[in-house]
Design a binder for this molecule. Structure first.
Ligand SMILES: Cc1ncc(COP(=O)(O)O)c(C=O)c1O
Length: 478
């Protein structure tokens, strides 16, 4: 892992985000409260309004530490996928624990990550449109920024090359050749196609081949022996391509090998860290994202650490609390959250706790399950003898954190006594909640009126690309 380093506290982003009575979950907030001051309100879970999605500080800490320890032991770097949370405070935790940088799925996400002060960004995708390529060219103006993106076709390389030329790019953009798999998404489909793409990269003065990338997470959905073998075989193909390129002298320095979501990162480390035939230096960068909050569903079942003891497995850090709105039939309870509030693409939420009107908390222990979700209602099939009354609260773990984060603009982080996190403002820890990408990007990075935007009529400073504002940007050595 990279050495521990100071992490930017993403003031620039967070200062623009507040919660008020209209923010989901914060009905009691009243007037707008800047997100960094929410922790100072002295709120706890009971001051929030259901349905409310919350994060556990203890579980986040545990997961960040566990993954950092794994990376250290396995001698791999981590660029956690930023798209999972799009939460600057959570990226800060990951960077503070030694993450090499942050991964983005698009130039738009990379802009938000850059605005949070992060200087090492891996865009795990191709850049083919003028705006994205222009933004990348702008980042290259700042020598302290390390930016990587993928290429997977000759046409794509030509677009990138031309776009960088017309944006007046000042140094080569480092690219990873992406090797995909049949039926997967992006990525050259065969090593031969990939070699052709690399040939075109080598003819460009504006691009530098940095390494090889792939994503094994779309190959298989569980850890059955057959799946593990398919993943290993694919990772060996990535190795094979990199070895061919090394023999061809395609790299001028260290070779970057990047793969790894949250399901098979152990195999990525095993296969890509194995001794390389030549003594070329190889840097392995994992891009796992969901490990951060983990979940109570798909990742709980398929994590590499699923069979470990509690202190050596990830802990679900996210849960939704909803009220029992109705018991309209003896074996049916209707909960006050639905598809608008929780993900359902990888299974329905999993009930874990009941909090009764008297404040007593009881574990559900599998005694009931959700069987359907409407937009704003959850259907719980319960035994007629289950003491679950209208007005009681039910907590559920979720399955698939990415699509849970997508639905919320601010998510409180609770301590072990269900208090909304209250560390000092000066800390690099979040005081509460997160910044959603859509809200963040829209509010903090409006398009400039023109490339040479002059003073605005409203007297406010025009937005300037972060590369151009390097002197004002939060200083960091990440
Ligand atoms: C290219 C790529 N890398 C890494 C990840 C992170 O995987 P996970 O969500 O399992 O952590 C994803 C997730 O979709 C991905 O698309």
């Amino acid at each position: 892992m990279s050495a521990l380093r100071p992490v930017p506290f993403p003031d620039e982003l967070l200062d623009r985000v507040s919660v008020d009575a209209l923010t989901r979950g914060f009905a009691l907030a009243g007037d707008p409260i800047p997100i960094r001051e929410v922790g100072a309100q002295g709120w706890s879970l009971s001051d929030l309004s259901p349905p409310i999605l919350v994060l556990s500080d203890a579980a986040l800490r545990h997961n960040v530490r566990l993954m950092a320890d794994f990376c250290e032991r396995a001698n791999v770097e981590l660029a956690p996928h930023g798209k999972t949370s799009m939460a600057p405070q959570l990226w800060a935790r990951q960077l503070e624990a030694g993450a090499w940088g942050i991964t983005a799925a698009s130039a738009r996400e990379a802009r938000v990550i850059r605005l949070a002060g992060v200087r090492r960004i891996l865009i795990a995708n191709e850049l083919v449109d003028e705006a994205s390529i222009g933004w990348a060219a702008e980042q290259l103006l700042d020598p302290s920024v390390e930016l990587l993106c993928y290429v997977d076709s000759v046409k794509g390389v030509e677009l990138l090359d031309r776009g960088l030329a017309s944006a007046g790019s000042v140094r080569p953009l480092r690219v990873l050749i992406e090797l995909g798999h049949a039926g997967g998404r992006t990525g050259s489909r065969t090593p031969e196609q990939a070699m052709e793409v690399v040939e075109r990269v080598r003819r460009s003065a504006r691009l530098e081949l940095a390494g090889v990338a792939g994503y094994e997470g779309t190959l298989c959905r569980d850890r059955s022996p057959g799946c593990l073998n398919r993943v290993r075989a694919y990772l060996d193909e990535l190795r094979g391509l990199a070895s061919r390129l090394v023999e061809d002298g395609a790299f001028s320095g260290e070779v970057v090998m990047s793969a790894g979501g949250s399901r098979f990162f152990d195999l990525v480390a095993e296969r890509l860290r194995e001794r390389w035939p030549s003594d070329v230096p190889v840097q392995v960068i994992l891009r796992s994202g969901c490990y951060l909050t983990h979940d109570s569903g798909v990742y709980e079942r398929t994590s590499p650490f699923a069979d470990e003891d509690a202190d050596r497995r990830f802990h679900p850090a996210m849960e939704i609390w909803g009220s029992v709105l109705s018991r309209p039939e003896p074996e049916l309870a209707i909960l006050g959250f639905g598809r608008r509030d929780v993900p359902f693409d990888e299974g329905f939420p999993i009930p874990t706790k009941i909090r009764t009107a008297s404040g007593e908390t009881v574990a559900v222990d599998g005694r009931f399950a959700l069987t359907a979700l409407n937009d704003q209602h959850g259907y719980a099939q319960v035994g007629s003898d289950l003491p679950l009354g209208v007005g009681d609260l039910v907590a559920c773990g979720i399955s698939h954190p990415c699509s849970a984060f997508d639905r919320w603009r601010a998510i409180p982080v609770l301590d072990e006594r269900d208090r909304v996190w209250t560390r000092s403002r000066r800390s690099s820890e979040p005081v509460a909640g997160i910044t959603r990408s859509s809200a963040g990007a829209r509010r903090v990075a409006p398009r400039p009126r023109s490339r040479r935007a002059g003073p605005r009529r409203d007297g406010r400073r025009p937005w300037t690309a972060p590369g151009r504002e390097a002197r004002n940007a939060p200083r960091t050595r990440d």
